[in-house]
Design a protein around this ligand. Structure first.
Ligand code: NDP
Ligand code: 8X3
Length: 255
C-alpha cells in the first residue's frame, strides 16, 4: 500500500517510538496527526519534518486519559484530516519498579489509565469512521512485557498483556469490516521510557541500555511501516521485535 496522502494518527508522537513513526511515515508522503501532551515538542518535530518532507501535519495537545478531550479532538478534526487511515496507538509509559506489595497506587493508576484506557479512548472514537469507510489499520504498540512478566514489572506487564488481549479483541470484532489490526511488541528500545519510569533518574535509566545494543525507535517505526504497507488481503496480527542481544525480558547478552 502506498502511504502518499494517507492520514496517520500517532499517539505519543512527542518522543521515542511515536516520534520515529512520524519521521518514517512522513518520508513516505503521509499526512500526519501528531498527538501528545507536550505540544512544544510536537511543534519542534513537525517543523523539522515539514522542512524535510513537505507533508501536512496537524499537532494536537491531548492527554489520552481524558476521554472528553480525546472525543473533542477526534470529532473536531478539520475536514482534510477527518478520515484517518492508520492509527498508531503508541502513547504509553511505565512508572516505577516495585514489588506488588509495595506498589504505589498513583503509579498503578497512571499506567492503567494511559496504557489501557487511553488506548481504548482513542480507538473508540477513531474506529467507527474506519468501519464506515470499510478500511483502516490500527497498530497497537504492546511490549515484550505483554508476553512475559518480570520481577517488579507486575502492573506495567499487566497493562501490556491487556493491550495484547485488546488487539485480539479488535481483530475478532472487526473481522469482515476491512479494518486491520496489528499488535506490535518491542523488546528494549532506547527512548525516554526509562527516564519516565525512574522519574528523571538519568543514571539509572542509562544503565538499562548499557553493555549491549538496544533497538532504536526507528527500528520499530520501520516494522510498523512494513506492517501497514502489506496488500489489503494481508494482515500481520502479531509481531515481536527484540534486540539481537535480547533473548527474553531478563536474558540479555551484556558485555
Ligand atoms: P517515550 O517515553 O520516549 O515516549 C512516550 C510517548 O507517549 C511520549 O510521546 C509521551 O508524550 C506519550 N504519552 C505518555 N503519556 C501520555 C498521555 N497520557 N497522553 C498522551 N501522550 C502520552 O517512550 P517509548 O517511545 O519507548 O514508548 C512508546 C510506547 O512503546 C509505549 O506504549 C511503551 O510502553 C512501548 N514500549 C516501549 C519499549 C521501550 O523499551 N522503550 C519497549 C516496548 C514497548 P507526552 O509526555 O508529551 O504526552
Ligand atoms: C518496555 C520494555 O522490558 O522495560 O515495554 O518492559 S521493558
Amino acid at each position: 500500500m502506498d502511504l502518499k496522502g494517507k492520514i496517520i494518527l500517532i499517539t505519543g508522537a512527542s518522543a521515542g517510538i511515536g516520534e520515529a513513526c512520524a519521521e518514517v511515515f512522513a518520508e513516505e508522503g503521509a499526512m500526519l496527526i501528531l498527538l501528545a501532551r507536550r505540544k512544544n515538542k510536537l511543534d519542534e518535530l513537525s517543523k523539522i519534518i515539514k522542512e524535510k518532507n513537505k507533508v501536512e501535519i496537524l499537532n494536537i495537545e491531548c492527554d489520552v486519559r481524558n476521554r472528553k478531550d480525546v472525543e473533542k479532538c477526534i470529532k473536531e478534526l478539520p475536514d482534510k484530516f477527518k478520515n484517518i487511515d492508520i492509527l498508531i496507538n503508541n502513547a504509553g509509559l511505565a512508572r516505577g519498579m516495585n514489588k506488588i506489595q509495595e506498589g504505589s497506587f498513583d503509579d498503578w493508576d497512571e499506567m492503567l489509565d494511559t496504557n489501557i484506557k487511553g488506548l481504548l479512548n482513542v480507538s473508540r472514537f477513531v474506529l467507527p469512521g474506519m468501519v464506515e469507510r470499510k478500511s483502516g489499520h490500527v497498530v497497537n504498540i504492546g511490549s515484550l512485557a505483554g508476553r512475559e512478566v518480570y520481577p517488579n514489572g507486575n502492573v506495567y506487564c499487566s497493562t501490556k498483556h491487556a493491550v495484547k488481549a485488546l488487539s485480539k479483541g479488535m481483530i475478532i470484532d472487526l473481522n469482515g469490516t476491512g479494518v486491520k489490526v496489528t499488535n506490535l511488541d518491542p523488546g528494549l528500545v532506547e527512548t525516554e521510557f526509562s527516564e519516565v519510569r525512574f522519574r528523571g533518574d538519568t543514571e539509572k535509566a542509562k544503565k538499562i541500555y548499557q553493555g549491549y545494543t538496544p533497538l532504536t525507535s526507528r527500528d520499530i517505526a520501520e516494522v510498523a511501516l512494513f506492517c501497514v504497507t502489506r496488500p489489503q488481503h494481508v494482515m500481520i496480527q502479531d509481531i515481536m521485535v527484540t534486540p539481537t542481544d535480547q533473548a527474553t525480558a531478563l536474558i540479555l547478552n551484556k558485555k
